[in-house]
Design a protein around this ligand. Structure first.
Ligand SMILES: Nc1nc2c(ncn2[C@@H]2O[C@H](COP(=O)(O)OP(=O)(O)O)[C@@H](O)[C@H]2O)c(=O)[nH]1
Ligand SMILES: [Mg+2]
Length: 305
């Protein structure tokens, strides 16, 4: 499904390609024969497995059914164009992410293991390469390993890291970092936070507090509240996004591990149910494995190969 990676990453190989072709191969085998009820059922199943969500899946199946009924469009290429034109409309309100404030502050949120720290590092590298002065704050003060992980990235990317004593209030780290960002002519402050489960109210309140103290120091911040979600979780990712959004209004999502998932149909479900834009896709564990989300590339990728 994720063939657009082919266009973007020269080193697109191995498991990614396998996953990509699995989804496409399924579509191909469905659409190469006559569009029988069985074929339509298979199409429905493939879409559900890829997490397009029940409603959108039904709509897409209906498009194909109608085309088949009218005997107008039954060849694969024409059907794919019909489906693509339908899917791109899901992103009709999409606008690109532009940094308008200085400093801009991104708050990086999510559950444990979703890829927050890695994404923070990738974002830092991405914006540094655009010529911005970037600073990272380690507001995951619970685990020593978390700080080490971020310190390692900062050495690699050659960026300053702001942190506090172990187990200190993460909001105090965020506050200090905001002061430093203001004083040191920083363009972008990225705040990495500890993983939290949406069911733990105290941790969700801690997250609210972080957002509140940054806003005190830098009015209007955080400018981006990004939830990092793991694409391999499928529909659970949607539930997470809903819960986080209640406590800290999200401005965008980063969907990670798209390289090891055939379930990125969840992006459409999120778009529909929450209308929160996907801003970046994580495509691997390396510094450069981050792609700014582009609706057209994404939709094209699904039906490309
Ligand atoms: N394949 C793949 N692995 C990723 C991606 N993003 C993060 N990871 C891996 O997922 C694991 C957890 O990432 P980490 O950033 O520590 O998650 P955190 O707990 O949310 O901070 C690490 O092994 C990362 O290398 C991605 O886009 N693709
Ligand atoms: Mg982390």
């Amino acid at each position: 499904m994720f063939n657009f990676l082919k266009k973007n990453i020269a080193s697109f190989k191995g498991s990614v390609q396998k996953k990509a072709s699995v989804f496409y191969q399924k579509l191909e085998s469905i659409f190469k024969g006559p569009l029988t009820e069985d074929a339509l059922e298979n199409f429905e199943e493939v879409l559900i497995q890829a997490n397009f969500g029940t409603k959108l899946t039904c709509e897409l199946v209906e498009i194909v059914r109608k085309a088949a009924k009218e005997h107008k469009t039954t060849d694969k290429e024409s059907l794919f164009i019909l489906l693509k034109n339908y899917l791109i409309k899901e992103f009709a309100l999409y606008t690109p992410l532009i940094l308008q404030s200085k400093p801009s502050v991104f708050l990086i949120l999510g559950v444990n293991g979703s890829g927050k720290t890695t994404t923070t590092a990738k974002l830092a590298s991405f914006y540094k390469n655009k010529g911005l002065r970037v600073m990272i704050a380690a507001a995951d003060t619970f685990r020593a390993a978390a700080l080490e992980q971020l310190a390692h990235w900062c050495t690699l990317i050659d960026l300053p890291l702001i942190t506090g004593p172990s187990r200190c209030d993460p909001a105090s780290v965020a506050f200090d970092a905001s002061s430093k960002a203001l004083n040191e002519n920083t363009d972008l402050l990225l705040i990495d936070t500890a993983g939290r489960l949406e069911s733990k109210i105290d941790l969700m309140q801690e997250m609210e507090k972080i957002a509140r103290v940054i806003a005190k120091k830098i009015p209007g911040s955080p400018h981006q509240t990004l939830l990092v979600i793991d694409a391999t979780l499928g529909q659970n990712a949607l539930e997470q996004a809903k819960a986080f959004h209640k406590y800290c209004p999200l401005t965008g999502l980063v969907v990670t591990k798209i390289d090891s998932s055939s379930r990125a149909g969840v992006i459409f479900s999120i778009q529909r149910e929450l209308n929160i834009p996907v801003r970046f896709l994580g495509t691997g564990e390396g510094e450069k494995d981050l792609i700014p989300f582009n609706p057209q590339d994404f939709v094209d990728s699904i039906f490309l190969y």
